[in-house]
Design a protein around this ligand. Structure first.
Ligand code: NAP
Ligand code: G4F
Length: 366
């Protein structure tokens, strides 16, 4: 029986990948962080929490990673764990660097010393292309990161390449463009929109404050993207692949489609909130999945419109269950994100009252 170790199994992609590997007959191990409130709702939502073996580990803690690899003794490691929110990387650049850059190097070192034939998947990202003006982006497009998150991920991207060429380690980079699902975190714009659309439709929310509406993203469906991760790991030689749809849409289009899915006009509800703008954003991402199609035989099927509808329908179902008084194993009701604007205002005022004068530091949100 093949054994796989998935870091970040409590996030969006981890449970979908675990589900796929379980179907393929793998013994699946996943790392989780000790947090004050357990965070297994996604694994529960897919009904697989009892089928995976959970190991406590943190990417900042080398000994816990060594322990996780020793316990799981995997043929394949999927390194999905990350501080994955671009906005937060501006607020926590050093933490982001430690996890997203050094974290993967810790694994590469473990593999180098312990067992060179472990295959390693690194969750690279379209954010690497950042300020690049080439459309569509392909594997040879220059990488110009536009955030601390992307810079840290670029480090990991290169470390995989370097360990591949220096030590023959089978490390592959999946350069995944944005992929979404009902399991997406509420802080990301797509799920923020679909969750709010559902609440607005049911009379539980009045409006939706958003930041920059013009950035364009190449949005795909997460369950399809995890299949590409697995396909990369089955190749005889490690390599780097873009996984994308080849289509790009503005944030405003996503909002328009999501409100339209419940018969509402987005312009009646979306508010512009400058505090939600980033210090530096990525204007347009659109990937060419050509190489993945040719080499891996991978092709996306779910369209942009279908993706929006899947997400809106899932959030509507959840909030209807909530109104019916049913228990729910998901994140919707009290996620801190819902309090973001309020909390941030309070913080801002509190800092002012405390005589905190230095502008630009605590007043920059997002
Ligand atoms: P996600 O939902 O944010 O999940 C991130 C996972 O990493 C969570 O399980 C989280 O644990 C874990 N984690 C965070 N910090 C950690 C630490 N210090 N030690 C151990 N685990 C830690 O992200 P995702 O959407 O599933 O994405 C998976 C990976 O693909 C990430 O590396 C992301 O950067 C990358 N990526 C994502 C996309 C996308 O569109 N989704 C596109 C390209 C690349 P907690 O649950 O405890 O927070
Ligand atoms: O949904 P986002 O936060 O995703 P972003 O920054 O594209 O990052 C995601 O995809 C990357 C792959 O390209 C991953 F590597 C990364 O881990 C993550 O999964 O923001 C998308 C766009 C941005 O331009 C942002 O400025 O939406 C814009 N936006 C406008 N209003 C907003 C909002 N983003 C968020 N999160 N919240 C808003 O209110």
């Amino acid at each position: 029986m093949k054994r796989a170790l998935i870091t970040g199994i409590t996030g969006q992609d981890g449970p979908y990948l675990a589900q796929l590997l379980l179907h393929k007959g793998y013994k699946v191990f996943g790392t989780y962080r000790r947090v004050s409130t357990p965070n297994f709702w996604r694994l529960q939502d897919l009904g697989i929490v009892k089928q995976v073996t959970l190991i406590p580990a943190d990417l900042s803690d080398m000994s816990s990673l060594l322990e996780a690899v020793t316990i799981s003794d995997p043929q394949e490691i999927y390194n999905l764990a990350a501080q994955s929110f671009v906005g937060s990387s501006f607020d926590q650049p050093l933490f982001t660097t430690d996890i997203d850059a050094s974290g993967s190097t810790r694994f590469l070192e473990i593999i180098r010393h312990l067992k060179k034939d472990i295959r390693f998947y690194q969750a690279s990202t379209s954010e690497l292309y950042g300020a690049s003006s080439e459309i569509p982006q392909h594997e040879q497009t220059p990488m110009i990161p536009n955030s601390p998150y992307a810079a840290a991920k670029l480090h990991s991207f290169h470390m995989c390449r370097i360990y591949r060429h220096s030590y023959g380690i089978q490390a592959s980079n999946g350069i995944l463009f944005n992929h979404e699902s009902p399991l997406r975190g509420l802080e990301f714009v797509t799920r923020k929109i679909t969750n709010s659309v559902a609440k607005i439709k049911l009379g539980l929310q009045k409006n939706l404050p958003l930041g920059n509406l013009s950035p364009q993203r190449d949005w795909g469906y997460a369950p399809e993207y995890v299949k590409a991760m697995w396909l990369m790991m089955q190749q005889p030689k490690a390599d780097d692949y873009i996984i994308a749809t080849g289509e790009t849409h503005a944030v405003s289009e996503f909002a328009q489609e999501a409100f339209a899915a419940v018969g509402l006009n987005w312009k009646d509800y979306v508010l512009s909130d400058k505090r939600l703008h980033r210090p530096l954003d990525v204007h347009q991402l659109c990937g060419s999945p050509q190489k993945a199609e040719t080499v891996l035989g991978w092709k996306p099927k779910v369209t942009f419109n279908e993706l929006v509808k899947i997400m809106v329908a899932a959030d509507l179902k959840r909030w209807k269950m909530f109104l019916d008084g049913k228990a729910f194993p998901w994140d919707a009701p009290n996620h801190s994100h819902e309090m973001d604007i309020i909390a941030r205002n309070v913080t801002k005022d509190a800092y002012r009252e405390a005589g905190y004068k230095k502008k630009g530091l605590k007043e920059r949100f997002f």
